[in-house]
Design a protein around this ligand. Sequence first.
Ligand SMILES: [Zn+2]
Length: 431
Amino acid sequence: MLLKYGDTGSLTELLQLALSRAGYYTGNIDGIFAEKTLSAVRAFQRAFFLKEDGIAGEKTFEKAARFIKGYYTREIKKGDTLWNIAIMTGSTLSSIIRANPGIDPDKLTVGDRITVPFPFDIVPTDISYSSYLTGLILDGLTVRYPFISRFSIGKSAMGKELEVIRLGTGKETLFANAGFHSNEWLNIPLVLKFAEEYLKAFSEDTAFYSLDAAELYSQTSLFIAPLINPDGLDLVTGALTSGEYFERAKAISENYPFVPFPEGWKANINGTDLNLQFPAGWERAREIKFKEGFTGPSPIEYVGTAPLSEPEARAAAEYTENNDFSFILAFHSQGSIIYWKYLDLLPPDSLRIGELLSEASGYPLELTPESSSYAGYKDWFISKFNKPGYTVETGIGRNPLPLSQFDDIYKAGGALLAEALRIASEKQTLT
Ligand SMILES: [Zn+2]
């Protein structure tokens, strides 16, 4: 990781956000490393005893990352009390105790290392996302709320971990995923912010969509995969701008001049659409997409060489097969609608749950148009398990949707996720 004067893109936005949260940057978070960012980096380096060169390299990022992750590690010194540490950092006693299970505030040992959460929410909703940012957020959530679990379900084409977090301990399990399509990335902050709000409400026993977060937490388990296509995301938001994979993607895109590069890129880094990879009418999808002219690697609409030929789709399928989810939610954009059917299959509860999700979000239920009716993740889930599956198309407009839509998307998507938890917690009464 190295950013310097003149650089642009989502990683520069991330750096600006970190410097801003740390109190060293007051400019716009615009992703442009210019004078203001340069002087903020220098001031930050000075304050943290780093070489003051104005270049954000490994060491600067390591220090800055704590302001994204939302905590730092502190070595207990003579005279420290948790109370003093909380006051010094603006943190709260309860959040420190939560982040350090088993700690005895009366028996701090000099030299012990403890986690100190910062007094701000972790999940940003005003900057572009990257796989790096997503990883820092998962780190922050897992450390601040150590009772949740985080694990990998596979690796992307470029070798990045495909991660899942589990919220809840109950037996009714739900799977929510986002980021299959790289230029629909506003759904990543949607599911992550929902996770953070849910964890806060659960830990602090505060209001949560008029629901009892503790009850939801004990009756359901929400598994969230925020980013199924990390390589594609990095390409779209300018975190990946060089190297073999970038050059190949760029060459592929040159055959499709009507798709803006890189922001129109929807596929994984190999040029395969991950939501046209599932063994549910894949041959039919292939026929349709070939007729539309997508016969090889492309920024959009290419089905790949075979069902589940791509590692990200394979990981999602294998993970789903190894679990027994009550229903699944796949977040996409756009249209502000919910696709709920595959062919004429009607898994038990699928219409009823769909209607409840529709009511909560304000997104109507729709039938999938023929040209995108096959080989999607939810199509496969419905046909393979005979259980309800939904593709939630958030927002309205041309992808990637602008950050200015986030609040509307969260309003609908957050309410939908909360309703999904409520439905799962009451599932026994539904049938
Ligand atoms: Zn999509």
